[in-house]
Design a protein around this ligand. Structure first.
Ligand code: ADP
Ligand code: MG
Length: 228
């Protein structure tokens, strides 16, 4: 069976103005990712990797080009519609977990479900199940400050996955972890991508992680090229 395309980016341009200067970051970039496919993105610091993920998530707008997620052109959405679409379909994992410090692990995972209009009861039930998948059942009532770095990142993954997104975008998700936790987070993301047929795009400098992905591309001069 032909796997369906989850993400398609065509000829993306993005520049920033810094004072009088214009920094051209993305320069006609193309990318296409199918369900179950895991794509790694490498590139030197400042090459535009985070910019690219933000555009793909609709967290920022491109200058030119076209981005389709599950066949939907992101340009057709208002900002509010885009927020809703992202909440339902895209999971984002950052290098630093960005958990809400005053909420427990379980609450952090449940919040996106409540925002996408599930009841409180259902959201907490889903969060409870997610804690099980993350091997964090005993940590549900802990605050982020009471968790280890690896546990916090697993909670952040749970939060990104709670609404069953079709696409996960991860920006150096293991960049801040020791080797053991890094491998645990890699296993978790790859197993979930495979078992749920999620399309997965990850920025990573970790060679071991990159070698486990279906495709690795390098962001260079504003475009994605095959790894040298
Ligand atoms: N909001 C912004 N305003 C101005 N310049 C920015 C902004 N965000 C990123 N840049 C610039 O765009 C380039 C790419 O940044 P980024 O996407 O963060 O790269 P990477 O993630 O590959 O390190 C850098 O030169 C950075 O300084
Ligand atoms: Mg970055």
């Amino acid at each position: 069976m032909l796997k369906s395309e989850v993400l398609k980016a065509i000829s993306i341009y993005k520049s920033y103005s810094q004072g009088d200067a214009i920094v051209e970051v993305l320069n006609g970039l193309d990318l296409s990712v199918s369900e179950g496919e895991t794509v790694g993105i490498l590139g030197v610091s400042g090459s535009g990797k985070s910019t690219l993920l933000h555009l793909l998530a609709g967290l920022d707008r491109k200058d030119r080009g076209r981005i389709e997620i599950m066949g939907e052109d992101l340009d057709c959405f208002s900002d509010k519609e885009l927020d809703r679409f992202r909440g339902r379909n895209i999971g984002f994992v950052y290098q630093f977990h960005h958990l809400l410090s005053e909420f427990t692990a379980k609450e952090n995972i449940a919040i996106p479900a409540m925002i996408s209009s599930r009841s409180k009861k259902e959201s907490f039930l889903l969060a409870e199940q997610m804690l099980g998948k993350l091997d964090l059942k005993s940590r549900g009532n802990h605050l982020p400050s009471e968790l280890s770095g690896g546990e916090r990142q697993r909670v952040a993954i749970g939060r990104a996955l709670i609404n069953n997104p079709r696409l996960i975008l991860a920006d150096e998700p293991t960049g801040n972890l020791d080797n053991e936790n890094s491998i645990m987070v890699q296993n978790l993301l790859l197993n979930l991508a495979e078992s749920l047929g999620i399309a997965f795009v990850v920025v990573t400098h970790n060679e071991n992680f990159a070698n486990r992905l279906s495709k690795v591309l390098e962001l260079k001069n504003g475009r994605l090229v095959g790894r040298a």
